[in-house]
Design a protein around this ligand. Structure first.
Ligand SMILES: [Zn+2]
Length: 264
């Protein structure tokens, strides 16, 4: 189950489908999460977080563009439940992924960080892994998540707005908003969902990467699963309607040239 380039399709820009099987610690996922008949299918932490909104910080090297994209992905999950799930607690001064000696050493400070790792090897994850989410559940509070970090592989990928970035010989472009939407799903309590069970789920364990490739939307199933953990408020309680609203929001936010191209 290595993280590998599973597909290559020549389609104007380069596009790879990258496996995300290894973007979290599999030991943290209960077996029921992968069983479609289970009430907790697609969910690794049914009790969610110890408190919301989840206070997060950006690593010191996270750019303005990357922050915008991360925040946009957070807003999509918030829209899906109609509640505030995240609170921006600023920047980690002089601290980013490279400040930690390995993957798990960023957890004990209890700060929920979004970190860039320009020295990815230290995480112990393969080169093909785009990002990884780690978390701790607190058994005293009923196995609620009480801290988490997301680490982004900026050594091997250019992670940002895939409509703007250009790939180069050594680094393929990865859309930050799409990648963050998936990793934030893990952070909120969701597990992978296989494409045979929900092929539009952002929690599919693969992501197309390359210039102009995005996956910034949620499936109806994603919305229903996140509502199983956090409930819903207001308009979000009509899952079908909020699903359509999110699709429209994302379509409207796309660059005009891309919108025109999609009509042909
Ligand atoms: Zn994943």
């Amino acid at each position: 189950m290595g993280a590998t380039f599973t597909q290559f399709i020549a389609c104007g820009a380069q596009m790879y489908q990258v496996s995300m099987h290894d973007d979290h610690n599999l030991e943290q996922i209960p077996v029921e999460a992968s069983q479609p008949s289970s009430p907790v299918f697609g969910i690794h932490s049914p009790n969610g977080w110890i408190k919301t909104p989840i206070e997060f910080r950006m690593g010191s090297k996270v750019s303005k563009d990357q922050t915008t994209q991360l925040v946009a992905a957070m807003a999509t999950w918030e829209k899906a439940v109609g509640k505030k799930l995240f609170a921006n607690n600023g920047i980690q001064n002089n601290i980013d992924g490279d400040s930690f000696k390995d993957l798990y050493s960023s957890l004990p400070d209890r700060i929920n960080g979004n970190y860039l790792d320009a020295n990815w090897g230290k995480t112990g994850k393969p080169v093909e892994v785009l990002a990884t989410t780690i978390w701790d559940n607190d058994p005293k509070s009923g196995n609620k998540i009480d801290t988490a970090d997301i680490r982004f592989n900026t050594q091997h990928y250019q992670i940002g707005d895939s409509y703007k970035l250009k790939s180069n010989k050594s680094q393929e472009v990865v859309d930050m908003q799409s990648l963050a939407l998936h990793e934030l799903g893990h952070l909120l309590g969701l597990a992978h969902v296989q494409s045979k069970d929900d092929d539009l789920s952002i929690m599919n364990p693969s992501l197309y990467i390359g210039e102009g490739f995005v996956a910034r939307k949620l499936s109806l199933g994603d919305i229903m699963r996140i509502q199983k953990i956090y409930g819903c408020e207001g308009r979000a309680c009509d899952a079908n309607a909020i699903h359509q609203e999110i699709e429209l929001d994302i379509d409207n936010a796309q660059p005009v040239a891309k919108k025109a191209a999609q009509k042909t």
